[in-house]
Design a protein around this ligand. Structure first.
Ligand code: ZN
Length: 225
């Protein structure tokens, strides 16, 4: 039994988990977990034996418990205490999270580790994204790790190093004469014409879950799950 489901942020509709990112009403789906169950089943000793990556807390990611993560060692990056800024602002403790230590150099790695794991479980072989840069190299790296074909579309002014990085990971990289939204429209057409899975922002729930970037946690009781 999966202890997570999708809830629509617009209409409140709940559905069993799937990799689709939008509700029938057009609202975005977020994943809800059975936190009261986890509170009972987790303990500090069992967590301490796990590797120090994002997957240490895999029960808070929407993957089947027997799934093999597509991982490059993302997450678990250090916190750096900003002592002089603390003093200047009169704060007790101010920390910066070293996200640039992640594989491919940004927090996008966490999102794509989850997204590509979910897509691999479902047999998806072709993935695409529109990006201003960091998402392009991250998808390219994780798709390579999973043996998938990656197609990335970036505006022409995207930094050259990121384009090169994505090419080196084996992605098909396309420079678009336009903005990231124009690149997104090309990916959108490729869903039907090329059989791509669109991994753009808010198109599937894995990236948001890997990033754990959301507006607020909603707690679900064990009895309702
Ligand atoms: Zn809805």
């Amino acid at each position: 039994m999966e202890r997570f489901l999708l809830t629509c942020t617009r209409c409140g509709n709940t559905e069993p988990f799937d990799v689709k990112g939008k509700c029938g009403c057009g609202g975005t789906f977020l994943v809800e977990y059975d936190l009261p169950y986890l509170r009972k089943s987790w303990n500090r000793q069992s967590l301490a034996r796990r590797p120090w990556t994002m997957w240490r807390y895999r029960e808070l990611l929407p993957v089947r418990q027997q799934a093999s993560p597509v991982t490059l060692g993302e997450g678990g990056t250090p916190l750096l205490r900003l002592t002089s800024l603390e003093r200047r602002l009169g704060l007790g403790g101010l920390y910066s999270k070293r996200e640039e230590i992640n594989p491919t150099g940004s927090f996008k790695a966490r999102g794509f580790s989850v997204a590509v794991t979910l897509l691999q479980e479902r047999g998806i072989r072709k993935v695409a994204v529109n990006s201003n840069g960091n998402a392009a190299s991250a998808l390219a790296a994780y798709a390579a790790c999973a043996g998938m074909e990656a197609f990335v579309f970036v505006p022409m002014d995207c930094p050259g190093l990121i384009v090169e990085e994505a090419v080196h990971y084996g992605a098909r990289v396309f420079l678009v004469d336009g903005l990231i939204q124009d690149a997104g429209r090309i990916v959108g057409r490729g869903i039907a014409e090329q059989g791509w899975f669109h991994t753009g922002t808010l198109r599937e729930p894995g990236r948001a879950e890997g990033k754990k970037k959301r507006w607020g946690w909603k707690w679900r009781s064990s009895s309702a799950g």
